[in-house]
Design a protein around this ligand. Sequence first.
Ligand SMILES: *Cc1c(COP(=O)(O)O)cnc(C)c1O
Length: 423
Amino acid sequence: MTLQERDRAVNWHPYTQMKTAEDAVPIVKGKGIYLFDDEGKEYIDAVSSWWVTLHGHANLYIAQRVSEQLNTLEQVIFAGFTHEPAIQLSENLLKLLPDNHEKVFYSDNGSTAVEVALKMCIQYWHNQGKEKTKILAFKDAYHGDTFGAMSVSGRSVWTKPFGEMLFEVIFIDTPTSENLDNLKFIIKNHSEEIACFIYEPLIQGAAGMLMHQAEDLSELMKFCREQGILMIQDEVFTGFGRTGKLFAANYLSEKPDIMCFSKGLTGGTMPMGITSSTHQIFEAFLSDDKYKTLFHGHSFTANPLACTAALASMELLLKEETLNNINLISKKHLNFSKILQQHPKVEKVRQTGTILAWEIKNNEQTSYFNEIGKILYNEFLKRGIIMRPLGNVMYLVPPYCITSQELDFVYTQIVEVLNQIIV
Ligand SMILES: *Cc1c(COP(=O)(O)O)cnc(C)c1O
């Protein structure tokens, strides 16, 4: 049997209608920006394998560090015990975060980082004898697929079967200079019952790389602060250089109370989530009353291998060479966005740092199920480039090790495909 036949016999893939899905492409090897299938065909990973890969695939330095750690200490229970990689990682990360952040809580992925953040906020109020349970979030938000994360995500076809079971959320539009007053009015009306505001800063990834302005978000945050609403900044996607700066936080004049990280945290090598918090949040759990404890944990909390991968990845990220390359990608994206804007089949070109997105003009409404996405996906795959359009929204989120020439090659292919498609 081929790998594809064996896969079909036993595996159930994420976000995949298994009845109509084409065979999954078996990948046998990765190197830098390239992935290789079982027939030796190479693909440029232009989406960083679902936005996680920072320094390319099979990075030797990360592999070496993880391998050493694997031979030293692979895992230890994190209740009652600790270890150097978790201590070092928290120390290193906190140095880069807004200066009000003092504590790090580990979990397994972006969704769990969000669950922890929500529980911290709800219990923060509960521990002080206040029952605030409503959450404020953006329409079209995406914060993950577990129940809490799903609840604070925009209602969509993905959440429909579970609609009745999701908790109550006040959804608002993303801020613009025009609607800010209206948003403040809505928030003020509910401010007594709102426990926290959760948001993807600057870019709503899964919604189709929708972008809003840092000044507008800062103003909204300032208002939430004044209303006593805690803020959860979900940097699962935007963290670790994606936006051109280390964190989206670096663009904002207000500081959140809690931040969530995953995806690029380990350079995309191992699953891990982090929820960071201020002293104010942490302090609300300090008590002689043991019921005020944050009762949350996972078997693999602060896994030493994942912590080591994150340490190695952050070391690479902070190298001048990497930071220069992030700048280079951002500049080249900006130039290419001007070319895209001129293209008759393209509209709504937008860019923040290493993230470039645009839409294919067509008559259908923008939706995840837009057929054009599938056609484009297959066409790029044929050409050896992995792109994964969200409906008619196309985007590039390349690993930072991509060279200028490789990026030019991808741009050229994009223009060729755009010229060729019929919409
Ligand atoms: C991907 C994503 C998540 C969920 O992370 P998982 O690791 O897939 O659970 C949460 N928030 C944002 C902003 C994301 O992009």
